[in-house]
Design a protein around this ligand. Structure first.
Ligand SMILES: NC(=O)c1ccc[n+]([C@@H]2O[C@H](COP(=O)([O-])OP(=O)(O)OC[C@H]3O[C@@H](n4cnc5c(N)ncnc54)[C@H](OP(=O)(O)O)[C@@H]3O)[C@@H](O)[C@H]2O)c1
Length: 383
């Protein structure tokens, strides 16, 4: 049966790759809504090609441009309210949540309460509000399917297994572009160097998060909520080849791993077609030419963000939201070349140290914590 998709963040890295996947399945999927933020030119191209019923933009100028240039009859909606509106509509079966950052939180919640199947790329949603999201997922009986390659891997390794037979989850990390760079050189790395990920082509924010290892920290928290495994039983191992996407170790010592080439279209397709698997033309792993696969302990001293994420989830409450907001502000400032690379963990730590944690926060308290943390960091100099 044809499934209707609302694709949030269609102009981004996951968004454009989702459209590539969908284009290969014209009988299975139809795009009914697309959303962008700043890249109206690409959004318009996508609208012309995929002919959605509606499109969400974020400025009055973009509304004007869309209304003038989109195919006649395309509904144009504005801002977060537009996102919250489309994800609840009858002509949406699957919501692909591929916004970046905290902006994904409310639309994802709206999609859950509207009982849509969700393909979740936006890990920040679970990082800041996993404690609220997971009970909602249970209450509304929705499928929350991971798009992140590590979580897709774990999800596949867990198929057919009993939760109480899992000893630990092992998340693999490429180690990023500075895996072997000495500490003394890290503050001087350039934006260009930080944006050069060795294995994956991704949006700017997650690429910097991968270089600081904050991405792996966010993924530990995401895995904790998705799979109900405590952080002490989630291990991170650096695997520079990014062929093993993650693993699960069971109580008998047996380890299951999921492998594939580093291409996000594979987990995106799996989330869309789940519980089925569909053939694909993606390149395959050719083991003889791999040579070797190597594994290392992550260096938590050179990459303090990983430890900060473990600390944040151990504290729980509003602390992960503080960590996430501080990281978003710091990464944005690094992208604008206002701060150095090591200032990112400094800003995150400083925000966490200044925060009085609040246990069992409501959604509004999480939203307030996010805004307050952003305001605090904007008003302070890096110490
Ligand atoms: N990229 C990957 O390979 C990958 C892998 C695993 C997980 N993820 C996760 O997937 C999510 C998306 O990552 P990405 O790399 O695709 O990011 P991206 O390339 O930066 O794309 C983000 C998308 O969200 C839109 N957007 C940005 N800020 C927004 C806001 N405030 N309100 C509404 N829309 C907004 C952007 O619109 P404009 O471009 O029009 O401004 C774009 O469509 C992140 O949570 C990331 O951690 C990504």
């Amino acid at each position: 049966m044809l499934k209707n998709i609302a694709l949030l963040g269609s102009t981004g890295s996951i968004g454009t790759q989702t459209l590539d996947v969908v284009a290969g399945f014209p009988k299975d999927f139809r795009i009914t809504y697309l959303t962008g933020h700043t890249n109206t030119t690409l959004l318009l191209e996508q609208v012309r090609r995929f002919r959605p019923r509606g499109v969400v933009v974020f400025s009055d100028a973009a509304v004007k441009e869309m209304k003038k240039n989109a195919p006649p009859g395309t509904e144009v909606l504005l801002g977060e309210q537009g996102l919250l509106d489309i994800v609840q509509r009858q002509d949406v079966d699957i919501v692909v949540s591929s916004l970046v950052g905290f902006a994904g939180l409310r639309p994802t919640i709206a999609a859950i309460t509207a009982k849509k199947k969700i393909a979740l790329a936006n890990k920040e949603t679970l990082v800041v509000a996993g404690e609220i999201i997971m009970p909602l997922v249970d209450k509304h009986h929705v499928d929350l399917l991971p798009v992140d390659s590590e979580h897709s891997a774990i999800f596949q390794c867990l198929a057919g297994e009993l939760p109480n037979k899992v000893d630990k989850l092992i998340l693999t990390a490429s180690g990023g572009p500075f895996r072997t760079k000495p500490m003394a050189e890290l503050q001087q790395v350039t934006l260009e160097q930080a944006l050069k990920h060795p294995n994956w082509s991704m949006g700017n924010k997650i690429t910097i998060d991968s270089a600081t290892l904050m991405n792996k920290g966010l993924e530990v928290i995401e895995a904790h909520w998705l799979f109900g495994v405590p952080p002490e039983r989630i291990e991170v191992v650096v695997h520079p080849q990014s062929i093993i996407h993650s693993m699960v170790e069971f109580v008998d010592g047996s380890v299951k791993a999921q492998l594939g080439i580093p291409d996000m279209k594979i987990p995106i397709q799996y989330a869309l077609t789940y519980p089925s698997r569909s053939p694909s033309r993606f390149p395959r792993v050719h083991f003889p030419s791999l040579g070797e696969m190597t594994f290392f302990e992550p260096d938590r001293e050179r990459f303090p963000c990983l430890q900060l994420a473990f600390d944040a989830i151990k504290e729980g409450g509003t602390m992960p939201a503080v960590m996430n907001a501080a990281n978003e502000v710091a990464v944005a400032q690094f992208l604008q070349q206002k701060i150095g690379f090591l200032d990112i963990p400094r800003m995150v730590r400083s925000a966490m140290e200044q925060h009085s944690n609040l246990a069992n926060p409501s959604l509004e308290e999480i939203v307030t914590t996010d805004s307050e943390t952003r305001a605090l960091l904007q008003s302070q100099k890096v110490s």
